[in-house]
Design a protein around this ligand. Structure first.
Ligand code: BTN
Length: 255
């Protein structure tokens, strides 16, 4: 059903399709314990029974309509104290793909969601869940979980959208998968070769340099995103005090 035809070095060379599974991240994490699973292996399913999102959320997607997959990378070259470089590379790779389908409409929402800004407001089209294991103070496995809404027509969640909803026509899921493998690998290799990807990440960052509302616990405040630091923390200027603060993912929410 799925076939990798793009000219990747390793991403998708081993492609495992499961009609149904609990979570591609969990299945891949189990399989990755075997030494014969090579870097770039991809697990893809039509239906997850226990798809997971960030912050312990559930990831829901209509069976067969969307892409739910996980890619195995072995980023030993990434320093363990700076894992965010990997988020940046993966986010830009997915951004590159979505930008081909929806030029000028896609933004990267820190730390790593994809948002489409269009009529009807800002909506999420893709979520990323990166889970790393560390061994001997080095990254061993990095499981890159991607949920990309492709052909789903309706969403219970009003803040979600799909390529179909934005383009008005169905999109070939295998084509999107091939583009994902090629673009994510290209960005991953760029990171590996020491290229600085942060500038492009910031250029395409949702709400960068715009006044907007954020929340810390239950308190709302107006702020402006000014940067993302080397630890992956969001640097926000509080407009009421002119103070710059750095926030980790668990500390701040978008309102
Ligand atoms: C988020 O937006 O909260 C992240 C969602 C990540 C969902 C994908 S679907 C494939 C992979 N398997 C999972 O259980 N989750 C990720």
């Amino acid at each position: 059903m799925y076939k990798i035809t793009s000219n990747t070095l390793f991403t998708g060379n081993q492609l495992i399709y499961l009609a149904e599974c609990y979570s591609t991240n969990d299945v891949l994490a189990d399989l990755a314990k075997q030494p014969n699973l090579t870097e770039g292996s991809v697990i893809i399913t039509d239906s997850q029974t226990a798809g997971r999102g960030q912050r312990g959320n559930v990831w829901e997607a209509n069976p067969s309509k969307n892409l739910t997959l996980s890619i195995l990378y072995k980023p030993a070259f990434v320093q363990v104290q700076f894992p965010f470089g990997l988020n940046v590379a993966v986010s830009l790779g997915i951004f590159d793909v979505l930008n081909e389908y929806l030029p000028q409409k896609v933004k990267i929402k820190w730390p790593n969601d994809m948002i489409v800004s269009a009529n009807g407001g800002d909506k999420k089209i893709c979520g990323i869940l990166i889970e790393n294991t560390i061994k001997n103070n080095q990254f061993e496995n990095s499981i890159i979980g991607i949920g990309l809404n492709v052909n789903q027509t309706n969403f219970a969640e009003t803040k979600a959208t799909s390529l179909f909803q934005q383009m008005g026509n169905e999109v070939d899921k295998n084509e999107v998968l091939n583009k994902l493998c090629a673009c994510i690998e290209a960005r991953y290799l760029a990171l590996k070769s020491g290229e600085n990807l942060k500038e492009e990440y910031i250029e395409n960052l949702y709400r960068f340099n715009e006044k907007a509302l954020y929340k810390i616990e239950d308190e709302h405040f107006e702020g402006i995103i000014k940067d993302v630091d080397e630890y992956g923390r969001l640097i926000v200027l509080h407009t009421s005090t002119n103070e710059l603060n750095a926030y980790s993912f668990k500390e701040i929410g978008f309102v």
